[in-house]
Write a protein that binds this ligand. Structure first.
Ligand SMILES: Cc1ncc(COP(=O)(O)O)c(C=O)c1O
Length: 452
């Protein structure tokens, strides 16, 4: 043991340590990158060999660079970035150095449970290999192509897999980047098909791009851009005129109840009158609530379904808009619609999505484990699957954030909400029972501290 310690000290404290720790792996990384750059003869040699050698050398380069960065982390000078969600660069933020499973580690070395990682796009947990492997596999053949004139096998494959999973076999799919972009695309199709009257339930959030933000009744989300459509914030029972109806079925953020039998029949009659129903499953889809989606599980009458967030487990932003054939026919009948952009149907992102979907499909979805853990710890909650709303004694954002951090929890507080009266809890679907019990106990402590 002493010999090992001596060696370790000699390694880390040697006068040349900086060279071994950082310079050498950086040189190895650069050499491997040069080798990867030379595998540019895929069209002339055996393409399988070329792809494999490219993947191996890129993988070796990444591994060497990971060692260099671990030994000599990137220096954090911040704040140079503006936080998403609040145009206030002075807002205090955690700086996350690395993450694995349901935990993150800050640059100061604090390990926290990531209660929101499922919202921030990692349903399989941080650093799950499948989406990274999928991304690299696709990048070995074609990472991006002209989406206006070409498609790729991976795009067709993921689209088909999604529509089969959601039992929407004849539907067409277009892939975008963020959930907001997907909602933007969905609204283009929906308004083109059914007109500018848009019905939305109040309190829902549909994203931050122009059309998506116009759907939100939250002032901080929509105020610079409204009105670009005739948006009406009304319950489904008041959707009388032909037009578009948009619903976010989980309703945890807005406090709406899930879709009821009465909602279903009103949505059906709205559609019979020519209305187009857009179901925003950016938050609720792909197992966050029920597998594969609430549209499927609750038989929600729909014309367009939008998925996002966890589709590639956070490796890249990717979202999907599934469109019914009748809507497509109505839109093509209007003389055409420009809807896509240069990142539409992005191949390498879809490689990551394929890896993620395969793992999500193989995952044993159990919609009761999160609720059971919260109930066992005595945490008052309203939960659908892996999306829980946890009631707190009303407190300022600052007090709530401090109580969460003291308990070792990182949790997103929606920026439009202050004071805070509930938390949205969405850990990875892969979180173990033991970790769920630990998280739930810490949440019980936060509830108690804020109540005192
Ligand atoms: C229901 C819903 N729709 C749309 C969005 C927008 O997605 P994104 O933040 O990826 O643009 C969100 C984001 O939280 C959401 O929860």
């Amino acid at each position: 043991m002493a010999a090992v310690d001596d060696d370790t000290i000699a390694y880390w404290q040697h006068a040349d340590a900086d060279r071994w720790q950082s310079e050498t792996p950086t040189l190895v990384s650069e050499a491997a990158t040069r080798i990867a750059a030379r595998s540019d003869r895929a069209f002339f040699t055996n393409p399988a060999d070329a792809r494999a050698s490219w993947a191996l050398s890129v993988g070796a380069a990444a591994a060497a660079r990971a060692i260099a960065y671990s030994n000599k982390p990137l220096v954090h000078d911040g704040p140079a970035t503006i936080p998403a969600g609040h145009a206030d660069p002075d807002l205090t933020r955690l700086v996350i150095r690395d993450a694995v499973g349901c935990r993150v580690r800050t640059v100061e070395g604090r390990v926290l449970f990531d209660l929101s990682s499922g919202l921030y796009n990692t349903p399989l947990g941080h650093r799950h290999p499948a989406p990274a492997v999928g991304f690299l596999t696709q990048a070995t053949s074609v990472a991006a192509t002209n989406p206006f004139v070409a498609t790729t096998p991976v795009a067709e494959h993921v689209a088909d897999r999604l529509r089969r999973a959601l039992c929407l076999n004849e539907w067409s799919v277009v892939f975008a980047g963020s959930g907001s972009e997907a909602m933007e695309t969905a609204m283009r199709f929906a308004v083109a098909a059914a007109g500018r009257i848009v019905n939305v339930r109040p309190g829902e959030f549909h994203g931050i791009t122009a059309a998506a933000a116009a759907l939100s009744s939250h002032h901080t989300v929509h105020y610079p851009l409204r009105p670009i459509m005739d948006v009406r914030y009304t319950p489904i029972s008041d959707w009388k005129e032909r037009g578009v109806g948009v619903i976010e079925p989980a309703g945890v953020m807005s406090g709406q109840p899930p879709i009821t039998e009465a909602d279903r029949s009103q949505l059906s009659s709205f559609r019979r009158r020519g209305g187009v129903v857009v179901v925003d499953e950016v938050l609720s889809g792909l197992g966050r609530t029920m597998w594969p989606s609430l549209t499927t599980a609750l038989r929600i009458p729909a014309d367009i379904v939008v998925l996002g967030k966890g589709l590639a487990n956070g490796i890249v932003p990717i979202s999907a808009v599934l469109i019914a054939p009748e809507v497509l026919a109505r839109v093509t009948g209007t003389g055409g619609l420009d809807h896509g952009h240069t990142h539409s149907n992005h191949a390498a992102s879809l490689g990551a999505a394929l890896g993620c979907l395969e793992s999500l499909e193989a995952h044993k979805h159990d919609p009761d484990r999160l609720r059971a853990a919260l109930d066992a710890a005595g945490v008052a909650n309203t939960t659908i699957g892996w999306l829980a709303s946890v009631k707190l004694t009303e407190s300022s954002r600052a007090t709530t954030t401090a109580a969460l951090l003291d308990a070792g929890l990182m949790c997103h507080l929606p920026t439009m909400v202050d004071p805070v009266e509930r938390l949205i809890v969405a850990p990875p679907l892969t979180t173990s029972d033991e970790d769920l019990a630990d998280m739930a106990q810490r949440l019980a402590d936060v509830q108690r501290v804020l109540a005192e």
